[in-house]
Ligand binder design. Structure first.
Ligand code: PLP
Length: 415
């Protein structure tokens, strides 16, 4: 565990210490202190992550896995330690089940092309849910076009919760994979993924869980979830951009063929034929994002230093406060009111367009996201062109929620 990670002083996050770890929170926007409510799009980075990347480039930079010289061996050690840290973070049985990718999107595409495509026949089905991010929709559409399989969508209700009875009915023998998001980036819904995996497992249907919005906010245990694949992105959990993870059961990974060829993923090459490495190497063609992986390892250390239970508890308090406080703003309507929610508050403000809301609160230093949040079917479901979204991170405070509420009130006053 990283020595520089803030220690807990009590049952709660030491929020002042946490905030002091994020240098960007010192800056101002339009002359106001930055209030960052866009963590679901990309989190800010704490010093230990910035320093880990900096330290790598200053002191250990070299290509990995193929050098006998000291720097290459050091770089390899740091890279592989990061893999082990990530494995521990999600309780993977082995670090050989951790494939480094560019992010959740690439991880899903890897499963689509290497795992599912060879298994699909015309008439087969791929099952996803209504609240998936485009990254968990579009790769499957490509496969359906290529193979004659069809994409089926589990409906949700007006609160933004999955219709579990419909899901049970849709898990037929035609389904060759179920893709489900653990925490919706557009609604904040936390899906009952362990229960869903158990339902699918009874029918021997493999499940891919999109954990991009889960790993920053709650402890994840892929063995307890019972899924077959799990993916996430470094930049949403306080790590660098350009690095992400696919976890898969080793028997799946070993049975899959690589979908990119190149250096390092091979064992032996002749012009006639090449033999591939075992997983995870065979999926990591070319020079990987070495500094990114090391930075992700530092992010894991940082979050574990805080304690994921405390992270989840702090964000739950923020969400409860935000839900109540923002409801007092005239015209505020929350989109996504599931009983089990994580720190995402999507909303509309009267009939003011979400982009105008985002632009106007930015003048108060408040960064929120507006649009379809790469989940167009969700906003379409609610009959909206767009929503505004305030998403929470470990550094947010109740006072910042007040600032957002006041900025929304001032926005109202302008229309
Ligand atoms: N899945 C979910 C739920 C997301 O929120 C996101 C990003 O917003 C992604 C997948 C894609 O992540 P990335 O763009 O890092 O690959």
């Amino acid at each position: 565990m990283n020595d520089t990670a803030p220690k807990m002083t009590g049952p709660e996050l030491d929020i002042d210490k946490v905030r002091s770890d994020f240098p960007i929170l010192q800056r101002t926007v339009h002359g106001k202190p930055l209030v960052y409510f866009d963590t679901a799009a990309s989190a800010q980075r704490p010093l230990p992550v910035i320093e880990a990347v900096d330290n790598f480039y200053r002191n250990h930079n070299a290509n990995i896995h193929r050098g006998v010289h000291t720097l290459s061996q050091e770089a390899t050690d740091h890279h592989e330690q990061a893999r082990a840290k990530v494995a521990g973070f999600i309780n993977a049985p082995s670090d050989q089940e951790i494939v480094f990718t560019r992010g959740a999107t690439e991880s899903i595409n890897l499963v689509a092309y290497s795992f599912l495509r060879p298994r699909l026949q015309p008439g087969d089905e791929i099952l996803i849910t209504w609240m998936e991010h485009h990254s968990n929709i579009v790769p499957w559409q490509f496969l359906c076009e290529e193979t004659g399989a069809s994409l089926k969508v589990v409906p949700m209700n007006q609160r933004g919760e999955l219709e579990m009875d419909a899901l049970a009915d849709m898990l037929t023998e035609r389904v060759k994979l179920l893709g489900v998001v653990q925490v919706s980036n557009a609604l904040g819904t936390v899906n009952p993924v362990a229960e869903i995996c158990a339902m699918a497992r009874k029918k021997e249907i493999p499940v891919l869980v999109d954990g991009a919005q889960a790993t920053p906010h709650q402890a994840v245990d892929v063995q307890a979830l019972g899924c077959d694949f799990y993916c996430f992105s470094g930049h949403k959990m306080y790590g660098p951009t350009g690095i992400g993870v696919l976890w898969g059961r080793y028997e799946h990974l070993q049975a899959m063929t690589p979908y990119q060829g190149g250096g390092e993923m091979i064992r032996h090459v002749t012009f006639e034929k090449s033999e591939f490495n075992d997983a995870p190497g065979k999926f990591e063609a070319g020079t990987p994002n070495i500094a990114g992986a090391i930075g992700l390892g530092a992010a894991v250390d940082y979050l574990q230093g805080l304690g994921m239970d405390k992270v989840a508890a702090w964000e739950a308090r923020l969400l409860a406060y935000g839900t109540e406080r923002l409801a007092q703003v005239e015209g505020f309507r929350m989109i996504g009111t599931a009983a089990n929610k994580a720190g995402v508050m999507s909303f509309v403000l009267g009939d003011i367009h979400a982009n105008d809301v985002g632009t106007l609160v930015d003048l108060h230093g408040v960064a929120i996201r507006t649009g379809h949040h790469c989940a167009m079917p969700v906003v379409q479901y609610f009959g909206l062109p767009a929503t505004a979204r305030a998403s929470l991170g470990i550094y947010n405070t109740m006072e910042e929620i007040d600032t957002l509420a006041e900025a929304l009130e001032k926005t109202n006053a302008m229309f």
